[in-house]
Every structure is written in structure tokens, then in C-alpha cells.
Design a protein around this ligand. Sequence first.
Ligand code: ZN
Ligand code: ZN
Length: 355
Amino acid sequence: MFDREEAYISWVLLNVTDRGLHCEAGDFYIDPWLPVPRAVITHAHGDHARWGCDSYLGAREGERVMRTRLGAGATIRFVDYGEAIDQQGVRISLHPAGHILGSAQVRVEYQGEVWVVSGDYKTEPDATCTPFELVRCHTFITESTFGLPIYRWTPEAIALDELRAWWRANADAGRTSVLFAYSLGKAQRVLAGLRDAAIGPIYTHGAIERLNRDYRDSGVAIADTIYAGTMPRGHDYAGGLVLAPPSAGGSLWLRRFGAISTGFASGWMRIRGARRRRSIDRGFVLSDHADWPSLLATIDATGAERVWVTHGYREPVVRWLVEHGVEAEAVASRWEGEGEAELQDLGVAGEEIVA
Ligand SMILES: [Zn+2]
Ligand SMILES: [Zn+2]
């Protein structure tokens, strides 16, 4: 017999509201974009962790960056990956997403029904966070930031080699290398990769240095850096490497570095036009998101019967899945232009004031 109640539960374990993804049975939201009483946060990026909620749940690995993002006064409960908590009979647990320090997928289980919200994720491991963990589920809500077939990443080591060679050539020519990188996650990933590379000195913009401190305090090994704000006026930066958030591009802040060559570390650099539009000398393809093949492989491996696609190139991913027999649909999010948001570096609290 058709079980009406069961079907209902299966459909609405999570649903999209004007505040974000809501779990009615447990009365909590996942990455809400407006203030709510109870928020479960996938990670500390600005388009996922918003201010103003009464209480938050997040992964302990990301405690320091989450604090920097949400402020000392926020009420945040931190749990270990895999540790389950009960919320009105709904079992919630967080699992590594491999995106940035403390990033999590949210697993929600109620009466035998399992949904997983991926948040932003990346399946290639890197040195700055716990690697992605595959979680089986009935319904998978996946991001799709780079959900087009053109987005395929080469291994991280290749981008780092190119980066070193670029810095070397600039240093030999007496230029300063200015590398733009998203201040939370990407910058520290680059610094972890350059730890033993004999590059430097490495100078940082304040927004990045603040997060470097959080990463170091969390036990992540990254290259030594010098906050550029502590250097005397007229200091000669030639031959150095400067790490700055994309928002510093074209700003007066850059003038102090003399003759510079600019680079940008991002998945968007896979497209030449993205670099040209920003007048960047060199692009390094380094992304903290899943590329097209790993998006599809991950979706398949979850065993999900139903897939909701959000946060990026939703339509191409949905079309591909439907064509391959998967029940899939696009789900609206507040952040349609997530990619552009990352390019513009929504960043963390205080980013503007330290420019
Ligand atoms: Zn993110
Ligand atoms: Zn995001």
C-alpha cells in the first residue's frame, strides 16, 4: 500500500525556503542566508556562513576560521567529523568536504531517510584540510560551481611548479611577484604547497595574514610569511612574492611593491578570458571545488536516487544527469553567481578594513 506519510517525509526532509535549506522535522537551516534560530554551517566562506543566527553548528576542524568569520560573540557548537547529534529525532553529522579547513558535508538522517548536503567540495586531497569523504545517501544536494565539461583540473603539483617558475623568472628580472588568491583557503593552500620551495620572502596582505594565523593555530603547516603592513616605507620588495586577495587588484595598496608581475590562482583561470578581463599576467589553475569529472563521479558514487543541484552551473549538470537516467533538478540558492562571488572575494570579516 502506498504510504502517504512516508512519501511526504521523503520529499520534505529538506526543502528550500526564502531563508535557505530548511529541515522541518529538526527545525534547523543549512547555510541560511538570513538570520534563523538554528543554523548548520558547511564552512566559513562568506556565502555559506552568514552573521546574525541565534546558534550555529560547525566542524571542530574549522573552529578558528569560523570564529574569525562569525565573530567572538556568536554561539557556535563545534562537533568532530562523524560525531552525530540529535535534533528533535533528526540525526545530524558533519563529514569532510575537502574544500577548506573545517569544510563539511551535512548528513541528515530521519526515519531511515538520508540526505547529504555537500556544501562546496573538492575530491583531490591537499595539505590544509581533511580529505573529502564519500557519504552514501538517498538524496544528494551537490554544488556545481564548475559544472561545465571544460573545467578539468590538472594535479595541484603542476600549478605549484608553474608558480615557482614564474616567481623565479620575475625575481631574476628584479620584479615582485603579486599572486592573487582567495584569502580563506586558497592562499593557505598555496602557502602549504610552497613550504619547502625556497621562495621568498613571502609578503601578505592583512586579510590573508589573519587567516594564516588561524591555519597555523589549527596545526596546518604553511610557509613563513611577513605581513606587508609591518614593513617600513620605501622597503624594496623586488624578488619577493606577495599574496593578496583578488579585491586588492588594481588598488593603491599595490603601488608599494614597485615593478610587479601579477598572477591569479583559481579554477577560473582555466578560461583564458577570465584572466584577460582582469588584466592578470599569469593564471594558475588551482581550485578548491570539484571539476566536471569529479562532480559526476562523486554524484554517482553517493548512490543517491535523487540529486538536487545548486550553487553554480546548475542546468548543465542537471541536464547531464537526467540524460543519464538520474532524477535531478536545479535548486535555487541566493548565490547564483557563487563563482563571481568568489572572484570578488566576499572574504571574511574585516577584509575591507585591513586593505
Ligand atoms: Zn566555499
Ligand atoms: Zn560556496
